[in-house]
Design a binder for this molecule. Structure first.
Ligand code: NDP
Length: 237
C-alpha cells in the first residue's frame, strides 16, 4: 500500500524546485496533495495536472492569505512549508522593504501556517519546514537576512515542538545545502565556491530532500520533533 494513502498534505510553495519534488513524492505515495504558488502559475497548473494534485494561488508574504489557505485546506495530516526566497548583496545597500518581505515569507509564514495547521491537525500530525544549512553556517557575505531567517526556524521548531508534542504532533526543520533548482543551479557562478566547502562536491537533487521530508512525515518518525535535519554534503560540517 502507498505510504501516504489518503493523507491530507499541504505544501506551501510547491510549483518549482524542492517544493515540486515534495509534491510529486507525496502524490506518488497516495496522498491528497494541495500546494500553493505565487509567481509560477503555468508551472503550478502543469504540475497539478500531471500529479493529480490541487494548486492554489497564495502569496506567502501575505499572512492572512496563508492562514486562510491553511484553514481552508484542513484538517491536514501533513504540512510542509517550503516557500522561501533569498536577497543577495551588501547589507548596507539593501532595500529594507525587500528584507522585510523576505522575513514575511521565510519566518512569519512558517510560524502562522504551523500554528493554524495545528488547530485542526489530528493526533500524529506532521509539520516540516524547509530551512537551510545557512541557519548553522554562513560562510559568504551578502546573505545575512537569509541566514537570519533560516536560523529563526530553529527556534520555531524547538518552541512549537513543546506546544504540539502533547498531541503527538511533530515539527521538524530540514536544512539542505546546495540543491540544484532555479534558485541555485548546479552550473551557476557560485558552484565552485560552494563545492569547496563540501565533502560530497556536488549539488543535491530536489528528490533527495523530498526523501528526507517523506521519512519525517512517515510512521517511523513519531519520536522525532523539535530537531534540525541537515542534508548538505557536509557543507556545514
Ligand atoms: P526555487 O526558487 O527554485 O522555488 C521556490 C518555490 O517557492 C517556488 O515554488 C515558488 O513558487 C515558491 N515561493 C517563493 N516565494 C513564494 C511566495 N511569496 N508565495 C508562495 N510561494 C512562493 O527555490 P528552491 O526550490 O531552491 O528552494 C525551496 C526552499 O528550500 C526555500 O525555502 C529555500 O530557502 C530552501 N533551500 C534551498 C536551497 C538550494 O540550494 N536550492 C538550499 C537550502 C535551502 P512561485 O514560483 O509560484 O512563486
Amino acid at each position: 500500500m502507498a505510504a501516504f494513502q489518503d493523507k491530507s498534505v499541504l505544501v506551501l510553495g510547491g510549483s518549482r524546485g524542492i517544493g515540486a519534488a515534495i509534491v510529486r513524492r507525496f502524490a506518488a505515495e497516495g496522498a491528497k496533495v494541495t500546494f500553493t504558488y505565487s509567481g509560477s502559475r503555468g508551472a503550478a497548473e502543469e504540475l497539478a495536472r500531471e500529479t493529480g494534485t490541487a494548486a492554489v494561488a497564495t502569496d506567502s508574504a501575505d499572512r492572512d492569505a496563508v492562514i486562510a489557505t491553511v484553514r481552508g485546506s484542513g484538517p491536514l495530516d501533513i504540512l510542509v512549508v517550503n516557500a522561501g526566497i533569498a536577497v543577495f548583496g551588501d547589507a548596507l545597500d539593501q532595500d529594507p522593504d525587500a528584507i522585510d518581505r523576505l522575513f514575511r515569507i521565510n519566518i512569519h509564514a512558517p510560524y502562522h501556517a504551523a500554528v493554524e495547521a495545528a488547530r485542526q491537525m489530528p493526533e500524529g500530525g506532521r509539520i516540516i519546514v524547509i530551512g537551510s544549512v545557512n541557519g548553522d553556517r554562513m560562510p559568504i557575505p551578502g546573505m545575512a537576512s537569509y541566514a537570519l531567517s533560516k536560523s529563526a526556524l530553529q527556534g520555531l521548531a524547538r518552541g512549537l515542538a513543546r506546544d504540539f508534542g502533547p498531541r503527538g504532533i511533530t515539527i521538524n526543520v530540514v536544512q539542505p545545502g546546495p540543491v540544484d533548482t532555479d534558485a541555485n543551479p548546479a552550473d551557476g557562478p557560485m558552484r565552485d565556491l560552494m563545492h569547496s566547502f563540501m565533502a560530497i562536491k556536488r549539488h543535491g537533487r530536489p528528490e533527495e530532500v523530498a526523501g528526507m521530508v517523506a521519512w519525517l512525515a512517515g510512521p517511523e518518525a513519531g519520536f522525532v520533533t523539535g530537531a534540525m535535519h541537515t542534508i548538505d554534503g557536509a557543507f556545514g560540517a
